[in-house]
Design a protein around this ligand. Structure first.
Ligand SMILES: Nc1ncnc2c1ncn2[C@@H]1O[C@H](COP(=O)(O)OP(=O)(O)O)[C@@H](O)[C@H]1O
Ligand SMILES: [Mg+2]
Length: 362
């Protein structure tokens, strides 16, 4: 059988650029070479695509804030013709590869937010993971929470601050949200721009900091509970993995805890939970996934309160694939190794694409 050419996109114009590089290296290593040929495309910080031959070469691999890609000498464009998908070299106009499926290993803005998914849709090419709608819903924590609240799924109480409105004061929020607050950009990930504040001075600083990253910021009550994550895989009838637990060393699971400090957080895989707790978590995470119209994959992050009550924190539609990342590890202990996982994701993208193409256009 002809091998499919899988365009693995990485880097990108996102504050999570570096994490994407680490994720992509793992995806490439785990890709089943009997079935697929990778076409490696590094996206630099200006958004230019670059063809990478053979492997992803990275610099400063030990420092998650300084990792960078090296092969930036072959700029390419992707032909968006709906019938063929060529990667054209900008230097000599040569057709470098024809692509069968796009696998965006991009986190955050311009990758996880529906924009790459939109490009794939225009080009009429299967794309791994969530579609335009579910990607953008999952990216915007304010919209995501509104949809969940409307279906009576618990989320932390929150206030939405827009950059164009007068800045809310700590004392105005405490009667409703209490005096322990989380301040976060509505559309980001990897804890970039996220702060905790329990006094007016820290709060003002945190709000301004978050507004540097997004024109919409959410301020949430602090939820006291265990941080549990569950991996979901599938289109209609998705499956849930066993849950895992994150135990951050500090007040919260910050960027440094995630990627810089090796002992910043303990990942307990699988989480120590009763059968009943696992069942309730899986069922609520699946409900969340379906309610937010997800396809392909997502990781649902929750808080498990002492009372047993579950509060949904967020959904990540392109979860990390680094070698310490929860999503692939959760599937590993649930019986799907990384190579199978990636093949499943590609199959799901093709199945969804074929279903969509059965629909009448007019
Ligand atoms: N309402 C909350 N209550 C308690 N901890 C929170 C709350 N919101 C965020 N956190 C902490 O901050 C971390 C990052 O916030 P999160 O909403 O997951 O943002 P990101 O999308 O950047 O991962 C969480 O993993 C958790 O440790
Ligand atoms: Mg998170």
């Amino acid at each position: 059988m002809k091998k499919l050419k899988i365009a693995i996109l990485f880097g990108g114009r996102s504050t999570e650029h570096e994490i994407s590089l680490l994720s992509a290296q793992n995806v490439v290593n785990a890709l089943d070479r009997e079935k697929y040929d990778p076409v490696l495309i590094g996206i630099d910080r200006s958004g230019q695509w670059h063809y990478n031959e053979n492997s992803i070469q990275l610099l400063n691999i030990q420092d998650a804030k300084a990792i960078s890609m090296t092969q930036l000498d072959n700029p390419v464009v992707f032909s968006q013709n709906a019938n063929d998908h060529h990667l054209i070299s900008l230097s000599n106009k040569e057709n470098l590869a024809s692509i069968d499926v796009i696998f965006p290993v991009l986190h955050g803005t311009f990758g996880e937010d529906g924009s790459i998914q939109g490009l794939a849709k225009l080009a009429n090419i299967p794309c791994v993971g969530c579609d335009i709608l579910s990607s953008s819903i999952g990216m915007d924590k304010d919209i995501m929470k509104r949809l969940l609240r409307d279906s009576n799924i618990s989320v932390a109480k929150w206030h939405t601050q827009r950059a164009s409105n007068p800045l809310i004061k700590f004392d105005q929020l405490t009667p409703v949200l209490g005096n322990k607050l989380f301040i976060k950009p509505a559309n980001l990930g990897s804890s970039v721009g996220v702060s905790f504040a329990d006094n007016a001075k820290d709060f003002d600083k945190a709000l301004k900091h978050a507004l540097e990253f997004d024109s919409k910021v959410i301020i949430e009550e602090k939820i006291k509970g265990r941080e549990i994550e569950c991996a979901i895989l599938g289109n209609r009838n998705p499956k849930a993995s066993l849950p895992g637990e994150v135990v951050p060393k500090d007040e919260f699971y910050s960027f440094d805890n995630k990627y810089i400090d090796e002992s910043g957080a303990q990942l307990i895989i699988p989480a120590e939970l009763s059968k009943d707790q696992i069942q309730r978590i899986q069922s609520l995470c699946l409900q969340t996934y379906e309610l937010l119209e997800c396809k392909g994959m997502a990781r649902v992050d929750i808080f498990l309160e002492d009372s047993g009550h579950i509060v949904i924190n967020e959904i990540n539609t392109i979860p990390g694939f680094t070698n310490i990342s929860m999503y692939p590890k959760l599937w590993e202990i649930s019986g799907i190794n990384q190579t199978e996982l990636i093949s499943n994701l590609i199959d799901l993208a093709i199945a969804d694409y074929e279903n969509q193409n059965k629909l009448r256009l007019c």
